[in-house]
Design a protein around this ligand. Structure first.
Ligand code: C2E
Ligand code: SIN
Ligand code: SIN
Ligand code: SIN
Ligand code: FE
Ligand code: FE
Length: 610
């Protein structure tokens, strides 16, 4: 229901609002019923205050319209009782009062109770529609902001775990660094906080680079680029950085967030090449010799090609063939643009490249290429003009590294960043119930199980980053169920169970791998090994390994924590349950791994306690 990316306001109004209408006068009631049914499909009717209250409790409407003068509990008493219930359970409701007389004492009382709108009889349809629209708008914005708030929390966490993150204040003083930043820079968090970001500046970086960076971000634009940084021990690391200015509602910059990927490996190849090939005066033979040596060393990781001055391919190595899916025979004799991607419409990019290499300079940049089976490949490419003895261009030598994953990752981060920035401004209060540590612990537990199970580092990290979103579908569950401080009724639990499918539907729309993974997890984290889980009753290995793992992580954490409906369990009771549920709720193999590593689980529980 609450996927606000696709949910239109009109649809929300008509189909997702629950209305309770209380009126004792038969004629008014009949007329209003007709009108209201045109706006809202989900309406409950009552003809006195007492029934109104009963239905309110049962039916939990978003909006109550009530007449004031009624036998058996008048409308103001009803409104007061409803407001008291809302205060107690933390929910909210819009109340609209209709009244036959404009009695000012009544009006003041209505205001004191916190009634949202007051409509005088005879009720004009136009007024009714205006007031209703106003209320629905408010509800729509509240629900939307809750949904965004939760998403934001999850995104922030995902970004933080997968990248190098820092924040500085408007003057460039570090106010936050994440774990990855600390690891890579070699400084402790304490050594970094309060210092200027230039603590990690490398002397090799030209001064102008930082001037450009600062000019960009001070003018409220996002800066992107490659930066060489210096570690505490003097060695360096190279990052592909995105720095985002965060602006307050007055348009003032309050801070900068920097998000980076470590690309030290890639860049050092380039540097090696640059210093050997460009700066040193070597003869052609020496150059070729060096290239041969170099080629041997990095044969495994790079694609090589040689083209003549017209761009006809004369040589490719095996890696090149593998990477692009062509045979040597298909490539040699063809134009190098056989791997050109149809998206490449940026003429100036090519023009610049050709001008550079025709004037005998080395060109470096990232090409978007296309393989034979139509896969997009981002290639970090270096093109070196090879000169003959009289100094004319004999051929071009190209070295390409596949950076597809890196580019896609940083695109994904960029998209995620965009959503974060977009939502930051809009968000009001939070409904936060479970602490941020709940999701952190679930992530850590899942990662341990994934590694122990034998999943690759990459898949384990993906699970770790996505598992915090397993319960995102709970956004769509109303507070009176979600926050109910007691056992759920059968019907309430049926509603609660929809969170698995709702989460799947919300996340599955995205193309980002991390969100796709999260969708699977949301969908399958309540399935049981014995087939008695929900929503689909999958069993055994038909449940995705991510679902089976998250089930254990989630239940272990839920049992060990206080919830609005229960107290935390003793560890011995928790372990007893896991023993019993081996092969029932949970994958028996995973339970063995769980018990084998129980010390690690307990350490995490203690480390990230609430
Ligand atoms: P949750 O609180 O995050 O709990 C996740 C899962 O941990 C539960 O999935 C269940 O498998 C396990 N679990 C948690 N507490 C207990 C417990 O006291 N005993 C046992 N045997 N297992 C426990 P489940 O049952 O599918 O519930 C899904 C979600 O539904 C829960 O997430 C919670 O948000 C809600 N929920 C379940 N029961 C109640 C309840 O009685 N009252 C309220 N207010 N919410 C409930
Ligand atoms: C710096 O001030 O060191 C450059 C910013 C960055 O690390 O991205
Ligand atoms: C800088 O101080 O270099 C920019 C801020 C940042 O990297 O977060
Ligand atoms: C060349 O190798 O001739 C330059 C063009 C390219 O590498 O795509
Ligand atoms: Fe759940
Ligand atoms: Fe959970």
């Amino acid at each position: 229901m609450l996927n606000f990316e696709t949910l239109q306001f009109e649809d929300f109004f008509k189909n997702h609002i629950k209305l309770l209408y209380v009126e004792d006068d038969k004629a008014t009631f009949d007329m209003m019923s007709l009108v209201l049914n045109r706006f809202i499909s989900n309406i409950q009717f009552a003809n006195n205050g007492e029934d109104g209250l009963k239905y309110f409790i049962e039916y939990k409407p978003d909006i109550v319209i009530t007449d004031v003068n009624m036998p058996i509990m008048n409308g103001l008493e009803l409104a007061k009782k409803i407001k008291e219930i809302c205060v107690k359970d933390g929910s909210s409701v819009e109340i609209i009062i209709t009244s036959g007389n404009g009695n000012s004492r009544q009006l003041i009382e209505a205001i004191e109770i916190g009634v949202n709108h007051y409509i005088l009889k005879p009720i004009s349809i136009k007024t009714l529609q205006e007031k209703l629209t106003d209320s629905v708008k408010k509800i729509y914005n509240q629900k939307k902001s809750l949904a965004l708030q939760q998403l934001l929390k999850e995104y922030k966490y995902a970004v933080d775990e997968s990248t190098i993150v820092s924040k500085t204040d408007a003057k460039g003083i570090i106010t936050h660094v994440n774990k990855k930043f600390v690891e890579l820079s070699g400084y402790s968090e304490d050594e970094l906080i309060g210092k200027s970001h230039s603590i990690v500046r490398h002397p090799d970086m030209p001064k102008e680079a930082f001037k450009e960076l600062w000019d960009t971000i001070k003018s409220k634009q996002i800066w992107k680029g490659i930066v060489k940084n210096r570690k505490k021990d003097g060695s360096y690391y190279i990052v592909d950085a995105i720095i985002i200015p965060i602006v307050d509602i007055n348009g003032e910059i309050v801070e900068y967030i920097g998000v980076r990927h470590d690309i030290t490996e890639l860049e050092s190849y380039k540097e090696l090449l640059k210093s050997r090939l460009v700066e040193k005066e070597e003869s052609l033979e020496e150059k070729i010799h060096f290239l041969r040596e170099y080629e041997k060393a990095i044969e495994a990781s790079a694609s090589f090609s040689r083209t003549d001055e017209n761009g006809i391919i004369k040589y490719v190595n095996d890696k090149f063939c593998n990477q692009f899916g062509y045979s040597k025979a298909e490539l040699i004799g063809s134009y190098h643009n056989i791997i050109k991607h149809p998206d490449n419409s940026d003429v100036s990019f090519y023009k610049h490249m050709w001008e550079t290499i025709k004037s005998k300079n080395v060109w470096q940049g990232i090409f978007k290429n296309l393989s034979k089976n139509e896969k997009t490949k981002y290639m970090d490419t270096t093109i070196i003009p090879i000169l003959d003895r009289v100094g004319n261009i004999a051929e071009f030598f190209s070295i390409r590294f596949d950076v597809t994953e890196l580019v896609e990752l940083s695109k994904e981060i960029e998209d995620t960043q965009k959503e974060i920035i977009f939502t930051l401004g809009e968000i009001g209060e939070s409904r936060s119930k479970e602490t941020g540590n709940h999701v952190k612990r679930v992530a850590e537990y899942s990662y341990i199980l994934a590694k122990e199970y034998g999943l690759s580092e990459e898949d384990s990290l993906l699970l770790k980053n996505a598992s915090p979103m397993h319960d995102i579908g709970k956004i769509a569950i109303s507070d009176h169920i979600l926050l109910k401080p007691a056992k759920l009724t059968f019907e309430e639990f049926e509603t609660m169970k929809t969170h698995a499918t709702l989460g799947y539907q919300m996340l599955n729309k995205s193309n980002r791998p991390i969100l796709k993974t999260a969708a699977t997890i949301a969908h399958e984290h309540h399935e049981k090994w014995n087939g008695k889980g929900y929503p689909r009753g999958l069993s055994g290995e038909n449940i995705h390994i991510y679902g089976r793992i998250t089930a254990i992580a989630d239940v272990f954490d839920a049992l060990g924590s206080d919830r609005c409906y229960k107290k935390a369990w003793e560890m011995s009771d928790i372990l007893e349950l896991f023993k019993q549920e081996k092969g029932e709720h949970f994958d028996p193999l995973l339970i063995e791994l769980f018990f084998k590593n129980i010390d690690k689980f307990i350490a995490i529980k203690n480390n990230f306690h609430d």
